[in-house]
Write a protein that binds this ligand. Sequence first.
Ligand SMILES: Cc1cc2nc3c(=O)[nH]c(=O)nc-3n(C[C@H](O)[C@H](O)[C@H](O)COP(=O)(O)OP(=O)(O)OC[C@H]3O[C@@H](n4cnc5c(N)ncnc54)[C@H](O)[C@@H]3O)c2cc1C
Length: 534
Amino acid sequence: MSTHIPVLIIGGGLTGLTAAALLARQGVGCMVVERHADTSIQYKFAGISPRSMEIFRSLGLEAEIRAKRTGDQQGGGIARARNLADPDVQWGGQAWPDASPYSPTQPATCDQHVLEPILRRCAERAGADTRFNTEFLSLEQDAAAVYAVIRNRETGKEETLVADYLIAADGANGTLREKLGIDRKGPGVLQHWMSIIFDTDLSPEIGGRPLTSCFVSDLNATITPRPGGRWLLALQYFPEKGERPEDFDRNRCRELVEKAAGRAGVKAELVDARSWEMAAFLADRFSAGRCFLIGDAAHLMPPTGAFGGNSGIHDAHNLAWKLAMVVRGEANARLLDTYDAERRPVIAATLAQALARLQQWFRDPAGRLPPAVAIVNDYDVVFGQRYDSGALVPEDGAPERAFEPVAELAGIPGTRAPHLVIERDGETLSTLDLFGRDFVLLAGDAKWRAAADRLRKDGGLPLACHVLGISGDLAPEGRWPGAYGVEESGAVLIRPDGFVAWRAPGVETDIAGRLVQVLEEVGMRIGHRDGTRR
Ligand SMILES: Cc1cc2nc3c(=O)[nH]c(=O)nc-3n(C[C@H](O)[C@H](O)[C@H](O)COP(=O)(O)OP(=O)(O)OC[C@H]3O[C@@H](n4cnc5c(N)ncnc54)[C@H](O)[C@@H]3O)c2cc1C
């Protein structure tokens, strides 16, 4: 007898665990298969963008992540100096500036090995089955299901699982992409780096200011403080000059720490030294049949801009609600095609932004990068991502660009719904707090709600409606119609991932008919004009 699971996730890293938490919170049965005995122990991703924090906020994890934070993005600055003793420090900006004009939350610094257990607990609490110390071996798929063989690494026992859908979250070195016959392209490996972790008593301040990270020009390296007197020194090594990761032994690392500190005799306890490759790749497709690639399995980008892990979190968010609605029978399977259509162009543009930043910092490191694109603001990249086609009704005449300027987000279909502070029953919240499971119609006229309520009640459609304004149930600060680009009587349909699907400038004559038509266009299963399901 094989075990049947609605969604099987291979890889219990950053993105696999995010996907599991999102699916399980929506009541979708899922299993995570991770070959390591526990979550990652490596220092990798640390800078959680405010858009990713919005996603974690929707999972109820905002406070827990902030309590466990491993740095302070808000207070600290990014410096450049010869070494930490250099009196002539140049200060750059903050890693992520204040996000309050755009978001109900702020960025956070939380190392991946601290964040992953939080995500794992969240997924398990919500009912996800997590199988650590378990390896994915092989898969087959047909029109009906995916058949995957896994092996428990402790007992050696193999098991065949039958899943409706599979998420490949098996990272940069996973095998699923190739097994699915998906190629990847890009400039490839660009640089070789060492991450050296050590404990020391260096002050996490430089020139009297708190430090987020410092580029140490004596070493061409970055040095970053972590809580509890721990430091991370990241520097390049050059295999073409005969350098190897194993050359970074205790003595060499101590010498490097002294150079970075700018003084001899610094006492430092080496914790870990490991290599990693900075690379740029993009998979040709993000899906094959019933299988979907997310995170580093789908794309790899240099950490310049800190977009890599954050993009993987957004992949999981884009895919989870679509899978949930298809598994629940609310949407047609074709909704899943929009995952590749939406995410791949945006990831290609994000990768180009990471490469442009890399070229600004290092010039063309391997001499084989495409000409750098014009750099856009970090927050345009993380908040302003724009889907031109997919689970949305595009509008005529909207300019085609991958990123909308964050300050101009105004409810265009395919962009993240603008954040507005609203008040409900005396409680202050954000428009973004209204989204998560069903489609949400924000409207300025009660007629919209009457129609939406009927479609939900009689047709079983996953649709909620909130009326904003003086006569409504929500009181927004400022004028919501202007912020969302409609008139006072208009309406805006928001997807569960907080992206705008469609908007009506004003009230329509046949509201129910129009809503049914739009929901069908974005992938919902609807039979008749009254919204009954086929
Ligand atoms: C040094 C460094 C610094 C970085 N800094 C940042 C940053 O500041 N901001 C940012 O956004 N990103 C950053 N990144 C990138 C970020 O860490 C990655 O994008 C992120 O880890 C990708 O998550 P993932 O879940 O896709 O893959 P991973 O985290 O690699 O997880 C994949 C998981 O799949 C498991 N797996 C693989 N094959 C199998 C199998 N056959 N069976 C079972 N399990 C399997 C692996 O064991 C692993 O746990 C950094 C990366 C590095 C290396």
